[in-house]
Design a binder for this molecule. Structure first.
Ligand code: FES
Length: 104
């Protein structure tokens, strides 16, 4: 089974191939926000894939549009609810994007 390491905590878990990354995190008590419930409509589940980015399923236009709005977007950004795990990954859960800062 593929292994996924979540940063910054360093939690490493084995994930059945094909599982949605967000579900893999939540099943293992790794906190990733998911305000829209995994429907590609909020981008609070943004993660930065540090290793294994190429192994992920292709990004949809909707996902691309959601990511474009983020201030802390990186070249290997993905929405955790939109990608399937098919091989080992290292994934960084970024600080909350300023877009979602409730105080602003
Ligand atoms: S949970 Fe809302 S876009 Fe992923």
């Amino acid at each position: 089974m593929p292994k996924v390491k979540f940063l910054p905590s360093g939690t490493e878990v084995e994930v059945p191939e094909g599982k949605i990354l967000l579900d893999a995190a939540l099943d293992n008590n790794v906190k990733i926000d998911h305000n829209c419930g995994g429907n590609c409509a909020c981008s609070t589940c943004h993660v930065i894939v540090e290793q294994g980015y190429e192994s992920l399923n292709e990004m949809s236009e909707d996902e691309e549009d959601m990511l474009d709005e983020l201030e802390n977007f990186s070249e290997t950004s993905r929405l955790a609810c939109q990608c399937r795990v098919t091989s080992d990954l290292v994934v960084r859960i970024p600080e909350k994007d300023p877009l979602f800062d409730d105080d602003v």
